[in-house]
Design a binder for this molecule. Structure first.
Ligand SMILES: Cc1ncc(COP(=O)(O)O)c(C=O)c1O
Length: 425
């Protein structure tokens, strides 16, 4: 049955019966992995992400038809001299059938995460985000009426919009940065047992939702690609691609080799690139390192500046890079801008700055010889179509219900949030 799965600890292999666990009961810190009873991938006949529902940790569906659109590139492929370049487009581009209206692959995470939350009795998610993730969760709330609490830095509020009003999304703007929003969201979730911290990379619904980019790529190409290219901040998309490819190998119909992961960050904030160059799990971030709050200010793709990515943890990005013989790239703003322009000129759609970073890393990989011209390449365009979406939709700002100082929620917020939960649970 769709929605059946077991969680497994990547360290000790223990199978965990509680389908909502985030940690191994034996105390191992690794990211739990889903094992689905269906060894072969069955396609449901549904559009978008629910085509892959047999490998999603959810029961039922939401009224949501968006998903990745994978197509073989002509223009960019020719420009770069690649014989088999496939683009996994995640964003808004109706001419190609791409219908993620908040313009990023974060909708692929939001949909299964929110659906899975509705299965639980204590089921209102509290999500901390600096941008695209918050917008995606608000949009899914707008479409479905599922309540959600969103905590963002106040600077991210202008990027919070949906294509329909989202009355069941409670938005809290924190006077601080992404790290402050995460800390506040954790404290807020403790206010009422019906609130649950969404969990980021630990949330298997998020990873398996993102993994559908790889599934759609392999189904379109007819086999697992040789190379997978993505820009990363948390690295979760890379881990998800690796996990999805591992399932496809067990399926047996899509080839037996993992794709080599090519993951990119945006200079000057490139802590994972530096750690991977040293081949260490030990990530150096913060004061005394080059990867400070100051460095974060200079990147063209702020969504790529996560200070606590699940990099060294078992089952995280380091392990995914190791397993696939992966590479990492440090991309300057100038190279990203030029690559983004080239992509738009060749393919005909605007990109999220993060997707421009990914495109630049593909160019660098070809120049370095880490991607060969004859190989099959899946380029994950994680976001795009912002110029296109405003032609078809009116963007509705999602206002902050509260603007609060960083720290712990005060008594008034606690009272108000409990009242809000009573009204929405
Ligand atoms: C458009 C876009 N691309 C890439 C990323 C990085 O994703 P990951 O979580 O896989 O590191 C993000 C993260 O927010 C994003 O919004």
């Amino acid at each position: 049955m769709s929605g059946d799965y077991q969680l497994r600890c990547p360290t000790c292999g223990l199978r965990i019966t509680d389908r909502y666990s985030s940690f191994c009961p034996a105390g191992h810190p690794g990211l739990l992995v889903t094992d689905y009873p269906e060894r072969t991938l069955s396609l449901s006949g549904q559009p978008g992400i629910f085509r892959y529902e047999s490998w999603l940790p959810v029961r039922g569906r939401l009224p949501f038809t968006g998903g990745t659109v994978t197509y073989q590139s002509d223009g960019l492929a020719e420009e770069l001299g690649l014989a088999h370049l496939f683009i996994g487009f995640n964003g808004y581009w109706p001419e190609r059938g791409a219908d993620l209206v908040t313009c990023s692959f974060k909708e692929l995470e939001a949909v299964p995460s929110m659906l899975r939350a509705t299965e639980r009795t204590a089921g209102i998610l509290v999500v901390a985000s600096a941008g695209n993730t918050a917008r995606a969760f608000c949009q899914v709330s707008a479409l479905t009426g599922i309540p959600v609490v969103i905590v963002v830095p106040q600077s991210a509020l202008p990027r919070l919009w949906t294509t329909e009003p989202a009355p069941a999304a409670l938005v809290i703007g924190v006077d601080g940065d992404y790290a402050d929003a995460i800390a506040y969201s954790t404290a807020l979730a403790a206010v009422d047992p019906r609130l649950i911290v969404e969990g980021g990379a630990r949330n298997v619904a998020r990873r398996d939702g993102m993994g559908t980019v790889m599934l759609d790529g392999a189904v379109t190409i007819g086999r697992i690609p040789d190379h997978y290219v993505q820009a990363v901040g948390s690295g979760t998309g890379g881990v998800a691609a690796y996990e999805a490819a591992s399932r496809l190998i067990r399926d047996g119909r899509f080839g037996g080799r993992l794709p080599i992961l090519h993951l990119a960050q945006n200079l000057p904030f490139v802590p994972m690139v530096a750690a991977w160059e040293e081949h260490t799990r030990d990530l150096q971030v913060g004061p005394g390192t080059p990867y400070t709050e100051e460095a974060e200010q200079w990147v063209s793709a702020p969504v790529l500046t996560n200070r606590t990515p699940p990099y060294g943890v078992p089952g995280g990005t380091y392990d995914a890079l190791e397993a696939t013989g992966g590479e990492m790239y440090a991309i300057s703003n100038g190279l990203a801008r030029a690559a983004g322009t080239l992509f738009t000129d060749c393919e005909g759609i605007d990109l999220d700055p993060a997707a421009a970073v990914a495109t630049a890393s593909l160019i660098q990989a070809i120049e370095m010889g880490t991607i060969e011209p004859g190989s099959r390449v899946l380029l994950n365009i994680t976001g795009g179509g912002y110029d296109r979406v405003v032609e078809d939709h009116t963007l509705v700002p999602t206002p902050a219900g509260y603007r609060v100082p960083a720290g712990n929620p005060d008594d008034e917020i606690r009272r108000d949030v409990i009242t809000w939960v009573n009204d929405h649970a």
